[in-house]
Design a protein around this ligand. Structure first.
Ligand code: ARG
Ligand code: ZN
Length: 864
């Protein structure tokens, strides 16, 4: 059944308050809910009350205190409940039984390592109790939890604590009251044997907030970075938006079995341990960054998501796009904004551009879905954030801040739409955003083309910008969108000329003229990546010039990358024609120039020295050729490594860091540059890469260095490979998050036997299909992070992924559906590969009892 945005109807009944009582038992938890309900004056009248429910056993029910006769009750197809003939206002009490132990979906109430956790977004609350489980029903919750004291000393829910006490038989209880009305997807309960890392924060108006991060015993000392990130986020939201925290406590609980990264439940965020726990010896610099970002993201949801929430799930980007925008802005403010921007853009291009060009392409505000969990996508999150970013560029920072104030003032405690957000921005700025709203409704990545002309006689330079958006499933025709193009002009000597600013391309094609120029300038376009588009039309010479001279770090980096892509595409053609490959001198001199300036900005140099990924290069071809792209990229890594061996070795020596481990931008930049150098040496001919890596693996004082070294070894045929992998496993077998890295590093190895290794690892005693992190670390990393081996011409990689999806769908349908993606991109591959990929998709589709989420991904993948 497809759900359509245009079919939205307000809820027939509202819930004013909820009293929940949970009696926790692993196999049989009793949930009693008392809902104070009334008819919604704004909705079409309905005689019967319909409540969502899934996997619930109904024990008893009563309306205004009187038991409901069975004749008035009916179960709905998905497991919901219909109650015939209810009055205008009433109290409904239901008692249900659920089994946390049997819940491998990790949606609703489940067990992880003997502790209880919930995940309710998007539709998990209906797996806890009967309820109108939709975000536009906002209620005040009081939650009482009871459990065995020995097994569950800690009992947490949303809001503020409101009493606790003892019960017979070694049980105890605790009550939580959340004063803020909220939708059911923000409900949470955590109970178990957890310990807290504690701190406090005083808000700008003087409210003392007790902060706690609950983790398994032994992990208390790994919460420092998360706690510090939380306090900086709280302060930043006050300073930047005047938004202050609104409860007496802010709790975070970390769980190792979790479908996503984290969840913003009111006053009780639940996190994947991956985004909380960090020690220098176990977490990489990337992990530290991820923690800062995700902690900030979930905290920022308190206002953009919780206080102002979504009317329906088509509006998901209202909270997610805006909150990603906010967490990106926050992280940029913490260190190097330029390097942060590069990595955000790299991620957008790696995940969102292919999605926008593939069978699952959908607008930032989708029009329909079968399973909403399939729409927690790079488009809703990352492109949604880009749209907010463009809006701010169009109306200006001051107006954007007024717009945020107005949005929150108008809609506090409401469930609203993306349109409401755009309207607030329009009203606060006075800028007409009607055409801009197309960004929300139109799928596909716009292609921006540039042509230029210079008239030496008049000194006039003309930039002609044109745009078009390719068709996407269900949207054959596209309209032009307003594209803000931040730009500048560079003179032949490399100096910035007058004329920099923002060009707004609103039509399919427009000319922009610049007068008074002595000679033809080079245009620097999309500075800071001012719009999520694909830019083309610059020559190799112009790209090389910009990479060397532009003042904007993004354009400098991107021009270097585009230059490399152009050369790599040319080499791919040569490889296919069986011509010998040669290192292009232009590319070599770009790398040489980067090495010259590396010491000035190591973090930037590290980003710029890395060649464009195989996927990014293949993405620019009409038909991908994973083998050829892999061969070309490996050839370039080896020949650049060989050519600049002495300089890479010098960097690797000079940037050695005796410790202590620090995560500031300078230190992480130096480590990144040093390990980029090591990776080049590792591929160089006649280099001592293996010896260097082996030494670094043994003596490295932090996981960033150790893992970079292991990566070099795992890619090699050297005997050190097996020794190092075995030592790493022996050392870290007790630490799930580190063990995930051990699986991933083998899954992404460029070695030819990688698929065999991955299949063996699937049988490894430490592999567990029920743990999403482990599945992502092995199956996900192989299918999405190792194009050369996944796309092996025999089709074995495809068969492996299809088998994994089938096995997973019986355990955790959300994780299964997420794994389908790489198979659905069959159109990008040649006919032979495409045929096998489709065959595998059909094999999945033929499985009886396939979940609707996996069904939606596979059938859309096949249809495209
Ligand atoms: N709202 C969470 C976040 O982005 C994501 C939760 C998604 N959960 C899901 N089952 N789809 O912060
Ligand atoms: Zn979010």
């Amino acid at each position: 059944p497809t759900i359509r945005r245009e079919d939205y109807r307000p809820p027939a009944f509202l819930v004013d308050s909820v009293e929940l009582h949970l009696a926790l038992h692993p196999g049989a938890t009793r949930v009693t809910a008392s809902l104070t309900m009334r008819r919604n004056p704004a909705a079409a009248p309905a005689a019967d009350l319909e409540l969502d429910g899934e996997a619930l056993t109904l024990i008893s029910s009563a309306l205004d205190g009187a038991p409901l006769e069975p004749g008035r009750l009916a179960r709905l197809p998905g497991g919901g409940l219909r109650i015939a003939g209810v009055p205008d206002a009433f109290t409904l009490r239901t008692e249900v039984e659920i089994s946390p132990e049997a819940n491998s979906e990790l949606s609703g109430l489940y067990l992880s390592g003997g502790n209880y956790f919930t995940q309710c977004e998007a539709e998990g609350f209906r797996r806890i109790t009967f309820f109108p489980d939709r975000p536009d029903v906002m209620a005040r919750y009081t939650t009482t939890i009871e459990a065995e004291r020995a097994a569950c000393p800690v009992l947490l829910s949303n809001g503020n604590p409101d009493g606790a006490g003892e019960l017979p038989d070694g049980r105890h209880w605790a009550r939580w009251v959340d004063p803020h009305p909220k939708p059911s997807y923000l409900f949470a309960v955590v109970a178990g044997d957890l310990v807290a890392a504690r701190d406090s924060f005083t808000t700008q108006s003087g409210r003392d907030v007790a902060l706690a991060i609950y983790v398994r015993r032994g992990d208390e000392d790994a919460c420092g970075h998360a706690m510090d990130s939380l306090k900086r986020s709280m302060k930043w939201d006050e300073d930047t938006y005047g938004l202050e925290y609104d409860l007496d406590v802010f709790n975070i609980a970390a769980v190792s079995d979790f479908n996503m990264g984290a969840m913003e439940n009111k006053g009780l965020n639940v996190f994947n341990t991956k985004y909380i726990l960090a020690r220098p010896e176990t977490a990489t610099d990337t992990d530290y960054e991820g923690i800062e970002t995700v902690v900030a993201h979930e905290y920022f949801h308190n206002w953009t998501g919780n206080r102002v929430t979504c009317r329906d799930w088509f509006q998901l980007s209202l909270k997610e796009g805006l909150t990603v925008f906010r967490d990106q802005h926050f992280s940029a403010d913490q260190g190097s904004a330029a390097v942060k921007r590069l990595s955000d853009v790299r991620r957008l291009r790696a995940a969102q551009f292919p999605e926008d060009a593939g069978p699952m392409a959908h607008p930032v505000r989708p029009d329909s879905y079968v399973e909403i969990n399939n729409f927690y996508t790079a488009t809703v999150y990352q492109k949604g954030a880009e749209v907010v970013r463009m809006m701010r560029a169009l109306i200006g920072e001051a107006a954007f801040r007024r717009g945020m104030d107005l949005y929150i003032q108008r809609h506090d405690n409401q469930a609203v739409t993306i349109e409401d957000f755009a309207q607030a921005m329009q009203d606060a700025s006075g800028v007409d955003l009607s055409r801009f709203r197309r960004w929300y409704g139109q799928a596909g990545t716009p292609e921006l083309r540039v042509r230029d002309a210079f008239d030496p006689a008049s000194g006039r330079y003309t930039l002609t910008l044109s745009q078009s958006t390719p068709p996407t499933p269900g949207q054959p025709e596209k309209l032009p969108v307003p594209i803000p193009v931040r730009m500048g002009l560079i003179g032949a000597d490399g100096a910035e000329l007058p004329g920099a600013g923002v060009l707004l391309l609103e039509e399919a094609e427009q000319d922009f003229t610049f007068d008074g120029l002595a000679s033809r300038p080079v245009p620097s376009l999309l500075r800071g990546f001012s719009a999520p588009v694909r830019l083309s039309g610059l020559s190799l010479e112009q790209l090389g010039f910009l990479a060397a001279h532009d003042s904007d770090p993004f354009v400098r980096w991107d021009s270097g990358q585009q230059y490399a892509v152009a050369e790599m595409l040319r080499m791919v053609q040569e490889f296919r024609a069986q011509k010998p490959l040669a290192l292009p001198e232009g590319l070599a001199s770009n790398i040489s120039a980067l090495l010259d300036g590396a010491a000035d900005d190591p973090a930037f140099a590290a980003e710029a020295l890395v060649l464009p990924s195989e996927d990014f290069v293949a993405d620019q071809m009409d038909t991908a050729d994973p083998e050829a792209v892999h061969a070309v990229r490996q050839f370039l890594r080896a020949s650049l490594g060989t050519r600049f061996m002495a300089r890479f070795a010098a960097l690797h020596d000079e940037l050695r860091d005796a410790g202590p481990y620090r995560t500031d931008g300078i230190s992480t930049g130096r480590r990144a540059l040093r390990n980029t150098a090591l990776s080049y040496i590792g591929r160089a001919e006649g280099g001592d890469g293996i010896a260097r890596a082996a030494r670094q693996f043994e003596t490295g004082g932090n996981m960033t260095d150790v893992l970079s070294a292991l990566r070099v070894l795992a890619d090699s045929d050297a005997p050190e490979r097996e020794t190092a992998l075995a030592a790493f496993h022996a050392r870290w077998r007790g630490d799930d998050l580190v063990l995930d890295k051990w699986f991933t590093i083998q899954a992404i190895s460029s070695r030819e036997d990688t698929l065999r290794v991955v299949e063996d690892l699937l049988q490894h005693r430490d592999f567990d299909l029920r743990n999403p992190n482990r599945v992502r670390a092995l199956v996900g990393a192989f299918a999405a992070g190792n194009p050369a081996r996944f796309h092996t011409a025999s089709g074995e990689g495809y068969r492996f992924l299809a088998d994994s999806v089938i096995a997973l769908d019986a355990v955790n349908t959300q994780v299964a559906a997420r794994m389908v993606g790489p198979l659905a991109q069959w159109k990008r591959q040649d006919a032979a590969r495409g045929a096998i990929m489709r065959e595998e998709l059909r094999r999945i589709l033929a499985r009886p009892g396939l979940s609707k989420g996996t069904y939606e991904k596979v059938s859309k993948g096949l249809a495209a």
